[in-house]
Design a protein. Structure first.
Lengths: 292, 117
């Protein structure tokens, strides 16, 4: 008859050796790889040089990987004029070119949804695969959706490795070296804004954008999640995101939320503004508005 | 030759121009200056150069002019925190026919191989 009070005993010697091993392991992890935002500057420089060397070898051209930090006093925000968007998808493809998304398998950070005018912004009725000869189609309007750069981002909270976080300028970024590809963040994102590299990403060598950022458009490996970064490689240098520059209708607006004279602040103060899925309390930095 | 200011169908010159911009009420010389063809004029008669045509447009489209000045209507190039290049109204809208033409869209995303995702 077995006694319920039976326990495996750990003697003093076993406990001590286990504790020593655990302590040594903890210390060694501390010396080993770290997340990009925790790296001391000299080690980050080394890591970046290594990346540049690897990409140059892979694509046969000089690639620069920037580690430009956030600009103090800047919080980026975006506004998209639903009344102007014509659904031409110029933004989708400019983004693919700028941010080195995989062409095959196809990864696109922006998805343009076609909606019926009578039904309003209704995701269950939206069609991303519309392909008429000409746009805009009669009786329809278009809502492009990309990362909403939430202030209360559900995606960063669920990451088990801390591979995704919000930068001080409001950009939600991914550390591709720390992403383990569990895709929890994709399940958590209510906007479908995160994309997984199911296959080895392919970018034709002559189409590679060689101006990259370590947290942005540098070429990604297979098995990691990627997303819109407000073109971190451009915007931290004062430029507009590629989608803003390419939009033929001028529907896309970008700027510093903390600057009272910015276009973004004018829109929020003077226009009818909405955010997608407000009820989820994600508090996006991406606004939609009606310009007319 | 004296200027003929009467509103009429053009048969000799500018026959390629189709006016679809409040055409019941507008005519060439409402915007173009009859005496100085290289410039425009406001409703008041004040001359305006082609470089400042937004002042002419803004007479009716004041709301758009206000948004354009703030950088909200129209396209912008340059730096979000520095020098910006503004486009004039007529760079995007044909003043004689301002409504945008429809354009072919770029390719749609591939549908997922399996239905239901």
């Amino acid at each position: 008859m077995r006694s319920d009070s039976h326990r495996t005993t750990v003697n003093r010697r076993e406990f001590a050796s286990c504790a020593a091993a655990a302590a040594a392991g903890f210390l060694l992890t501390g010396c080993g790889p770290r997340r990009l935002h925790e790296l001391p500057p000299d080690r980050l420089k080394d890591a970046i040089r290594e990346m540049e060397r690897r990409y140059a070898q892979q694509y046969g051209t000089a690639v620069t990987v920037s580690d430009a930090p956030p600009i103090p006093g800047v919080e980026f925000a975006y506004a998209l004029d639903i009344s102007r968007c014509v659904g031409c998808r110029r933004c989708v493809h400019a983004c693919v070119e700028e941010n080195n998304q995989s062409r095959d398998p196809e990864v696109q950070w922006i998805r343009v949804l076609e909606m019926e005018k009578g039904k309003g912004v209704d995701f269950s009725e939206a069609d991303p695969y519309y392909a008429p000869p000409e746009v805009p189609e009669e009786g329809h309007f278009y809502v492009p959706v990309q990362c909403q750069q939430c202030r209360n981002a559900p995606c960063t909270k669920v990451c088990p490795t801390g591979a995704t976080w919000t930068e001080p300028d409001g950009i939600v970024v991914v550390d591709y070296d720390w992403c383990i590809g569990c895709r929890y963040c994709m399940a958590a994102c209510p906007y479908g804004a995160r994309h997984f590299n199911w296959g080895q990403p392919s970018i034709p060598a002559d189409r590679l954008n060689v101006k990259t950022h370590v947290l942005g458009n540098r070429p990604r490996p297979q098995g990691v999640v990627e997303k819109c970064t407000f073109c971190i490689q451009r915007t931290r240098n004062g430029r507009y995101p590629a989608c803003v520059e390419v939009c033929p209708a001028g529907a896309r607006k970008f700027g510093n939320l903390l600057d009272p004279d910015s276009e973004i602040r004018y829109i929020i103060e003077h226009k009818r503004v909405l955010v997608l899925k407000e009820e989820l309390n994600t508090v996006p930095r991406f606004f939609y508005f009606y310009g007319t | 030759m004296p200027v003929n200011r009467t509103r009429r169908e053009l048969t000799e010159f500018h026959t390629d121009i189709v006016l679809a911009h409040d055409e019941q009420h507008r005519w060439c010389l409402d915007c173009h200056d009859a005496d100085q063809r290289d410039q425009l004029h406001l409703a008041s008669g004040t001359p305006v150069s082609f470089d400042e045509s937004y002042m002419l447009c803004g007479q009716c489209h004041g709301e758009k002019l206000r948004d354009w000045r703030a950088g909200v209507h129209g396209r912008r190039a340059g730096q979000w925190n520095g020098h910006k290049t503004y486009l004039l109204c007529a760079h995007c809208h044909n003043p004689h026919r301002p409504r945008f033409k429809t354009i072919p869209p770029m390719p749609a995303p591939a549908r997922p191989a399996r239905p239901g995702r």
